[in-house]
Design a protein around this ligand. Structure first.
Ligand code: SAH
Length: 223
């Protein structure tokens, strides 16, 4: 059995524990998220340690927040929604494209076995890797690079979450989805509004479901 020391750190009460629980009650559970493991993970991950210190006190508000380099940490509700849609469980392996602050990766890592996450802004990749290490998330692997191509060395993945928007779903990501796997990505005009898409793979065949409108930062490409 592996014990991740950071999970013990996270379990200790902190000054934001009450605010964090209120966030989950009023912003997440009250709006229909019912997947217990997702709710538990969001009660546990210290979101205030994933935003710049200057705006720490706003970490549990109902909106995305700037994390530097023109990027944002998603609104808590969208993190919860994408996590629930992914049907995370013990024994599963996840890939995230767009590490950003590392918050979504941490929420997933509370539930699944391993999270591989790729970030295209080198500074963010470095900062998030350090943050996740400090918090003791030994089951998250952060890499700098262009997530468009996925991470073939660790494929196939039961879960693929793309937290940046493009006008199509990258073929390499579809190819790296495991049998029974679920891929969630905002697809549409990266400059305005997109639609959240859920792909499922059964017997090698991919089925697409179109969900609600969302707004994400654009998926960039390395030249
Ligand atoms: N999941 C993050 C928020 C994502 S914001 C969190 O929990 O904080 C989207 C992130 O995707 C940004 O950090 C952006 O730099 C990154 N990104 C954009 N294009 C990318 C690409 N091609 N590969 C990897 N990351 C990318």
């Amino acid at each position: 059995m592996v014990l991740f020391s950071g999970m013990l750190i996270c379990q200790q009460p902190d000054q934001y524990e009450k605010t964090r629980n209120q966030m989950v009650d009023s912003q997440i559970e009250a709006r229909g998220i019912s997947h217990q493991a997702t709710l538990q993970a969001m009660r546990k991950v210290p979101r205030h340690l994933f935003v710049p210190q200057a705006i720490e006190s706003e970490a549990y508000s109902d909106r995305p927040l700037p994390i530097g380099y023109n990027q944002t940490i998603s609104q808590p509700l969208i993190v919860a929604h994408m996590t629930e849609l992914a049907r995370p469980a013990k024994g599963k392996k996840a890939l995230e494209i767009g590490t950003g602050s590392g918050y979504q990766a941490a929420v997933l890592a509370e539930i699944v076995d391993t999270v591989y996450t790729i970030e295209i802004v080198p500074e963010l990749a470095k900062e998030s890797a350090a943050r996740l290490k400090t918090l003791g998330y030994g089951n998250i692997v952060v890499r700098y690079g262009d997530g468009y191509k996925g991470w073939p060395e660790h494929a196939p993945f039961d879960i693929i979450l793309v937290t940046a928007a493009a006008d199509h779903i990258p073929q390499p990501l579809k190819d790296q989805l495991a049998e029974g796997g679920r891929l969630i990505m905002p697809v549409g005009d990266p400059a305005t509004v997109q639609q959240l898409i859920l792909l499922t793979k059964r017997k090698g065949k991919i089925t697409e479901q179109r969900l609600e409108p969302v707004r994400f930062v654009p998926l960039k490409r390395l030249k």
